[in-house]
Design a binder for this molecule. Structure first.
Ligand code: FES
Ligand SMILES: [Fe+2]
Length: 331
């Protein structure tokens, strides 16, 4: 199995492709499931997402210029406004009829959790609900959208796996963790997420004090980790003093072998600590995952026998099984 991005069912899912605050006065180029897209905001600030290909002679629209919410192609100046409608063809003069083929075929777009989400086809699933978004006790912290040179199934497999913590995360929280993984029971955690509950003694180095709120050498964490198909993983952490830290780990397939990754944090702390300090520790953890995953070639084999599995792989194997079913993969 070397390709999954062409699978039809993935066209009906939502993918975070950029931070909402990084798209304003310039066209923004992204690649999603092997397709180049351009994103901009029209005159009313509504997002427009269309193929990054001018219908005239196929110049990338993302190198065009944006003025008053109208995007002009750099090649012959055709201009596109709300809903990707072509509003001007300079060579035809102001009174000419605009041919229907000049309009752009737009993709569905939504703004949620500080991110721009795109659905390339007709949506068949919703963006997962995170209840803490509407809870005033929690604040949300966004992080940069990064390009990772790894396949998206490998990212999700990694986020569902905790047997790598004492090996990959030695520089952050994993050093104190027993490598032995007790039997894992999987369950439906809530309406959206399927996964497991567990407890860990996590290392609590100086850099983690801002995030854990504790000065002890190790902290006790009650955690859940679960997935929502196709690629969303949520990890919840509750410390003994009631502090909760929700992490939404978002992986987007650029193509079969490349991904975008970002995470969003919700916390019920007193909101006094600088957000950059809070996310610095999680970003260091992410950098450890990135360094490992970028060494692993190819995409994850979806067949049952393609890779060896043991009991601690149960959560990621279950994600892989459901993902394979979603995309209609057959061995
Ligand atoms: S290629 Fe865009 S206007 Fe000609
Ligand atoms: Fe990790």
């Amino acid at each position: 199995m070397s390709t999954f991005v062409d699978s039809e069912p993935l066209q009906g899912c939502w993918y975070p492709v950029a931070r909402a605050d990084e798209v304003h006065d310039k066209p923004h180029a992204v690649r999603l499931l092997g397709e180049d897209l351009v994103i901009w905001r029209d005159a009313t600030d509504a997002l427009v997402v269309a193929p990054d290909r001018c219908p005239h002679r196929e110049a990338p629209l993302s190198i065009g210029s944006l003025e008053g919410g109208v995007l002009s192609c750099a090649y012959h100046g055709w201009a596109f406004g709300a809903d990707g409608k072509c509003v001007s063809i300079p060579s035809s003069g102001p009174d000419a009829t605009i041919p229907p083929a000049a309009h752009l075929g737009c993709r569905k777009v939504d703004e949620k959790y500080g991110l721009i989400w795109v659905c390339p086809g007709e949506p068949t699933m919703a963006i997962p609900e995170i209840g803490q978004e509407a809870d005033p006790a929690f604040r949300r912290i966004n992080t940069p959208v990064e390009a990772w040179t790894t396949s998206t199934p490998r990212l999700v497999d990694n986020f569902m796996d905790f047997s790598h913590f004492p090996w990959v995360h030695t520089g952050t929280f994993g050093g104190a963790q027993d490598p032995y993984v007790p039997k894992i029971d999987l369950e439906q955690l809530d309406d959206e997420f399927f996964g497991y509950r567990y407890e860990v003694e996590a290392s609590n180095p100086d850099e983690a004090v801002a995030v854990s709120g504790s000065e002890e050498d190790t902290v006790h964490r009650v955690m859940t980790t679960g997935f929502s198909l196709p690629f969303v993983v949520r990890s919840t952490i509750r410390y003994d003093d009631g502090l909760e830290h929700i992490l939404l780990l978002l992986s987007t397939p650029v193509d079969d072998l490349n991904s975008l990754f970002t995470f969003v944090v919700w916390r019920n702390d007193d909101h006094s600590t600088d957000p950059d300090e809070i996310i610095a520790f999680d970003r260091a953890i992410g950098a450890e995952d990135k360094a490992m995953l970028e060494q692993v070639p190819g995409t994850l084999d979806l067949s049952r026998t393609g890779v060896a599995n043991v009991q601690s792989d149960k959560p990621s194997v279950e994600w892989r099984r459901r993902f394979a079913e979603l995309i209609g993969f057959s061995e």
